[in-house]
Design a protein. Sequence first.
Length: 217
Amino acid sequence: MWYLYLDESGDLGFDFKNKRPSKYFTITILCFQGTDLKNKLGYAAKKTLARKLNPKKHRKCIIEELKGAHTKLDIKKYLFNQIRDIDFSIYAVTLDKKRTLQYANDNKARLYNYVAKLVLDQIPLENIDSSGIEFIIDRSKGKKEIVRFNSYIRQNLQSKIAPKTPLTILHENSRDDKCIQIVDLFCWGIFQKYENTRTDWLDIFKDKVLKENLYQG
């Protein structure tokens, strides 16, 4: 089984005059093969939470998730040191929102789906065998948006993989799936490269990034 985990950083607001939206919007996919690797990644995240964020002597408030925006760099390093030898790949596309203002009045859900497609287009899915694909995304959409997203992504994926390859699309709570938390951390690192010209975290895991592009319309 192949696993594709998707998460995003930034927002899709375009009102730069009256509000303070992010300048960029990043979607990242974490890709790997095998349930054993999924378990190893999940164990590393659980170990990091238990030892670094919820130590037994300081459990006043339990932290349930690793989040890119809130997790300190040394804790991110601790996690990555556990998983650096695991065979996984990272793909990402970052939308330069000020260069794509023509999308400001478009359907934001449709724009999100399109950027997700751009990331999927980077992944050599034609090399994936018939064991199947699970595509997992953090649950944040309403029912209608989930249906549209699933239909759009399924059509895109099925055009690239063998007809008999099983394909499942899941929307999971990030608190329950540690691999969503891990891709959140990676996505934040790539997003920071553009939003705040910071690469301290990205520099640590950059060898795992096979492709990441800036989309300017």
